[in-house]
Design a protein around this ligand. Sequence first.
Ligand code: IYR
Length: 326
Amino acid sequence: MDAYERITRNTSEVVTAEEVRALSESPEGKRAYVGYEPSGVLHIGHMLTANKLIDLQETGFEVVILLADVHAYLNDKGTFEEIRATAEKMKQQFIAYGLDDSKTQFVLGSEYQLDEEYVLDLHALELETTVARAQRAMAEIQRGEHAKVSQMVYPLMQALDIEYLDLDLAVGGLDQRKVHMLAREELPSVGYGSRPALHTPILADLTTGVGKMSSSEGVTISMEDSTEDLEEKVNSAYCPPTADPEPDDAGNERENPVLQIFQYHVFPRFEEVRVERPEKYGGDLEYAGYAALEADLESGELHPADAKGALATYLDELVAPGRELL
Ligand code: IYR
């Protein structure tokens, strides 16, 4: 796999392919980042972008994780005290999950976002951006129904982060795309360059396959789950024998979360995936890549129950180091 393929594998969107290709030609010393609001429990939805950071690290990028405490505060996630305690825990969990500590820079947003220069740039950006534009950028991130002024400031700060952290590449889930588009368009209006972005898919809700996996609603696989929790949750997950399920009765699009987790979490981290089965059901199956597993689930060769059993085992291996921090 060449550097460009490694950097862009398992992404939903590359903005733009030309710009990312140019970075992939000399990744040494280039800087990429993801920002996270420290709140709630870290779950595997967060870890999808962490896997992308691992890919970037392995191609030579320097990786920055922004623990966005001010953003979490602006988005009504708690007091600074609560948010900072979560940020510290989050940092330890990222390292436990497999990010190379010596090559990862962790930054707390408040370390630089309250500096005079940053705040004045923020005000300049406020002057350039319409309320409608900021609100659109926040539609998929905003907490609560009625947008607050703080939530309009939020995407402008996220745009400025890209400049202030001296980044070459912004990474985020697909829900961050409108903020990154705003950054690409508006940063030049305050005298800064625009940067490319990579967007990862959003994991679907585990039990329904509808909407996104979230820690405030539905069942999530968290970095604190016990082996038994994992078995139980995966066992009751939605897993039809297809990667492309029909919409539900209300017409909502659906994904197969079991296959998503195999594709975005298990295969990127394990060379070979083994599904154990008793001899009378055909014995063990081995997969060297995601596509073969998907094909077997679709053909009926691999039963959803056996796929779930294997998934719980691999997830347990991924979650175990973080669990030990508890
Ligand atoms: N908007 C993100 C958190 C965040 C991301 C980046 I990249 C920043 O520069 C700042 C905040 C979220 O929804 O979690």
